[in-house]
Design a protein around this ligand. Sequence first.
Ligand code: PBG
Length: 332
Amino acid sequence: MRIRPRRLRATPGVRRLVRETRLDVDCLVAPLFVVEGAGIREEIPSMPGQCRLSLDALAEEVRELADLGIPGVALFPKIDDALKDARGSASLDPEGLAPRAIRAAREAAEPMLIIADVALDPYSSDGHDGVVRQGRVENDVTLDILARMATVLAGAGADIVAPSDMMDGRVGAIRDALDAAGHADVAILSYAAKYASAFYGPFRDALDSAPRTNENVPGDKKTYQMDPANGEEALRELDLDLAEGADIVMVKPAIPYLDVIYRVRRRSTVPVAAYHVSGTYAMLSAAAQNGWIDREEAMMESLTAIRRAGADIILTYFAKEAAKKLRLAPNP
Ligand code: PBG
């Protein structure tokens, strides 16, 4: 036998030399959940190790992440039920939880990139990413609210706004509104291909944002989030978001959609992000807690696979853990 692929696997040194994909702390973004109050670090039962943070705890967390070299955080507010309504009006309050969280994070660690979520669901009494009227999630009425919400978040100091709603035309509407409000430098990270996935359950626990089910409200997000069966359609969404001015595009979830990341990376002319979502974090954590898989190994393998598929940026609840591990052993 002349050809023996095992030669290049024989030692850690040679494996390190020929490794095709490297994980780097520079590509990690940590999603964080924020709540009103003080001194709160409330663990989310379906996401072991992840907490809802009050603004003082958020500041501590952001400082720690900055010290580890993590370049960005994505903030998600848990809004009090009393403030929720059908139009998600609380999302337009410049003194609301999200703008205050942005300012607290900025103050805690100046160079940290702050990514602010643009969607109605945390603010919606119906638990939807758009305004519900007569059982329908209305697209065009929602655009105006999203555009105004994005300017509020930019006004509070967000570097990047990230529309996660999947309404048609929202990237263009947000770009126009940002520019008109003097925020031409604020970037848009669009959730370009976001699937109607069963893997968002723990996130909805964290924010208490699951779609309400009654006869007037659709109990799922299938009329706006994509059908998991579709891959070509992701490219159509990508083209639209690029044409409307997206600066970064995202595929979500990451893990069961690696083929979509690959296709989007090959076609996109802008950086591609992928979201290692709450459900995949929860699955891995639960299996590890049971002793059924090795948490660290499975984490690093998952994140490496997302990079191998083509993601430039990974949003992951493992960001802190992975950064610590990479700092100890960059090339395990
Ligand atoms: C909603 C939003 C969701 C996530 C991010 N933004 C949930 C949903 O669409 O219902 C999910 C993230 C995760 O599961 O980690 N705008």
